[in-house]
Design a protein around this ligand. Structure first.
Ligand SMILES: Nc1ncnc2c1ncn2[C@@H]1O[C@H](COP(=O)(O)OP(=O)(O)O)[C@@H](O)[C@H]1O
Ligand SMILES: [Mg+2]
Length: 283
């Protein structure tokens, strides 16, 4: 099956239009394919090219080298942009910068209005997406009165209402408190369950474990890609990639290496304790 996203040697230089030979490449020779419905996490130090990659995926930036395909459409062709922007939605870091409406309802409607969605259909979708992100009943509220997590869920609702095939979260949890993070992560899991392709850019190893595949970027290139638990086979590189491994994950990995039957999927302290407890009570 044709992947929903394909980068063939894609690269980007911010000032390539000025043709300055000394211009730095923000992204260089990236090959990447993302399958329809896949859930990937993108990690890597600041300045490694994660946001640039995200912007190449919805045609906000055009590749300075190579090709970027979204749903079989070449992002290099201007005529494809309206369709590509409908296929790929983005949720950004700062919840306050994403508010566009004076009420929750208007805020969700904004993106659909730009797409020319008929009014009846719009009302139906608003109801549906607010239900999905748990904000139904708040239609008339001012978005500014929502908590950080609620604001991000509102941003997600606005993107979902446009029915994109892919949603990119660019550090969308980084400014939230733990409760807000949980809310947004749950919303992401639900989107994935419903078949949306998810690209989650995050600094959190714990969050990355929720994905099916992790892509690590460094210096504008893809440095490594694999299943989340395989990150531990690269532990000597974790520091270099500025990735800090949370204690329960580290502990789980050590226990597994000692041969204890603990599931890979475990990421939290409570699950780990429960799992150890069950093992102990078997004897
Ligand atoms: N608007 C811009 N103009 C010029 N250089 C930029 C711009 N945005 C990012 N860069 C540079 O491109 C590189 C990659 O940045 P970015 O994609 O934002 O990385 P990340 O999201 O991983 O932190 C960095 O060296 C950064 O300084
Ligand atoms: Mg970034």
């Amino acid at each position: 099956m044709e992947p929903i996203i394909r980068l063939d040697g894609a690269g980007f230089r911010y000032d390539h239009l000025q043709e300055r030979p000394e211009a730095e490449w923000a992204l260089r020779g990236v090959h990447l394919q993302v399958g329809s419905g896949e859930y990937i996490a993108v990690m890597g130090p600041n300045g490694s090219g994660k946001s640039t990659l995200a912007k190449l995926l919805n045609g906000l930036l055009l590749p300075s080298e190579g090709k970027v395909w979204v749903g079989g459409l070449d992002t290099g062709l201007e005529k494809n942009h309206p369709l590509i922007r409908q296929k790929v939605g983005m949720v950004f870091q700062n919840p306050d910068n994403q508010i566009v409406g004076t009420t929750v309802k208007d805020d969700v409607a904004f993106g659909m209005e730009n797409l020319g969605v008929p009014r009846q259909e719009m009302l139906k979708r608003i109801d549906q997406v607010l239900q999905q992100v748990g904000l139904r009943g708040r239609e008339a509220s001012s978005p500014h009165h929502l908590s950080g997590g609620q604001k991000q869920r509102l941003a997600i609702a606005g993107v979902m209402a446009m029915r994109p095939e892919v949603i990119i979260f660019d550090e969308a949890t980084s400014m939230l408190d733990p409760g807000g993070r949980r809310e947004v992560l749950d919303a992401i899991t639900e989107l994935h369950r419903q078949g949306t392709t998810v690209i989650h850019i995050t600094h959190s190893v714990k969050e990355a474990f929720q994905a099916e595949r992790v892509v690590v970027m460094a210096d504008g290139r893809i440095e490594w890609s694999g299943a989340p638990h395989e990150l531990f086979h690269r532990r000597e590189k974790l520091t270099r990639w500025s990735l800090e491994v949370p204690l329960p994950l580290e502990l789980k990995e050590r226990l597994r290496r000692r041969g204890l039957p603990i599931r890979h999927e475990i990421t939290g302290t409570e699950e780990l304790v429960e799992s150890l407890w069950k093992l102990l009570s078997r004897d």
